[in-house]
Design a binder for this molecule. Structure first.
Ligand SMILES: NC(=O)c1ccc[n+]([C@@H]2O[C@H](COP(=O)([O-])OP(=O)(O)OC[C@H]3O[C@@H](n4cnc5c(N)ncnc54)[C@H](O)[C@@H]3O)[C@@H](O)[C@H]2O)c1
Length: 257
């Protein structure tokens, strides 16, 4: 197989939750360029439709749909829309998350409603969306699921870290459970991403950002496009033998190289 054949996604159908956000748009563009048909699913349905239109260039290989990943019915409707438009689902990217609108509390004094709000989107959402696509993936002989983790999972960063660390656990457990059905489940954990959400969670000129950069041996930060190579690896033939992994794309920050 040639390198381009290894990464070719022609004929595949991918669903990206949170697809209208900064990283989701970069993922959508890459998957379309690799040959896949792409469903951009987002809480902001209008933004999802606009993103899909911009990706497809008005063509027929991208569709925007509204979804609330915290609702099983909504996740099922998203999967049904993907199947109706493109015939089935091969790839699910669980990318939607609450990252900037986090509760202003530590864990020790957090109201349960705030805990539920974050955990529902960041953890329950990926589970519900996974459940919603399994029938279609099974009918197509297998598939790929990629969870949007964060380097923040592996440090003490409050409810966001807890939700992302739990998503690592969900990744490992789903990989174990679904491997026999030909479904690989992995995660990408980015470090500092140069986009609006990244800068909203830690301002560009914050001295704290500079202090953290000093602990990163490799590249300090990168645009969403720097995550695309890892995404394509995990979604394509090139990643056939990879499952249950969380891949840190963070310049060696968390591994303390
Ligand atoms: N930006 C960073 O610095 C960074 C770093 C590490 C990890 N991440 C992770 O990458 C992923 C994408 O981040 P981003 O920077 O593109 O963020 P973003 O805020 O730009 O995009 C998130 C998207 O998720 C959508 N969303 C939120 N709640 C939803 C729900 N209930 N149902 C459906 N969609 C919903 C939002 O509408 C938004 O379009 C997230 O999982 C985030 O935790 C981001």
């Amino acid at each position: 197989m040639t390198p381009s054949e290894l990464f070719d996604l022609t004929g595949k159908v991918a669903v990206i939750t949170g697809g209208a956000g900064g990283i989701g748009v970069a993922y959508g563009r890459a998957l379309v360029e690799a040959g896949a048909s792409v469903v951009i699913a987002d809480l902001n349905g209008a933004a999802a439709a606009a993103t899909a239109k911009s990706l497809a260039g008005g063509g027929s290989r991208a569709l925007g749909v509204p979804v609330d990943v915290t609702s099983a019915d909504s996740a099922q409707a998203m999967a049904a829309a993907a199947t109706a438009a493109f015939g089935g689902i091969d790839i699910l990217i669980n990318n939607a998350a609450i990252m900037t609108d986090l509760p202003p509390y530590g864990l020790s004094n957090m109201p349960t409603a705030d805990w539920d709000r974050v955990v529902n989107v960041n953890l329950r959402g990926p589970l519900l969306c996974t459940q919603a696509v399994l029938e279609s993936m099974g009918a197509r002989g297998g598939g790929r699921i990629v969870n949007g983790l964060s380097a923040g999972a592996f440090m003490a960063g409050g409810i966001y870290s807890v939700s992302k660390y739990a998503l690592h656990g969900l990744t490992v457990n789903l990989a174990s459970e679904l491997g026999g059905r030909g479904i690989n489940v992995n995660a990408i954990a980015p470090g500092f991403v140069d986009n609006d959400s990244g800068y909203a969670s830690l301002p560009k000129d914050s001295p704290f950002r500079e202090a953290l950069y000093a602990t990163i041996p490799g590249k300090k930060s990168g645009p969403p496009e720097d995550l695309v190579g890892t995404l394509l690896l995990l979604c394509s033939k090139a990643g056939d033998w990879i499952t249950g992994q969380t891949i840190l794309v963070d310049g060696g920050w968390i591994s303390r190289l």
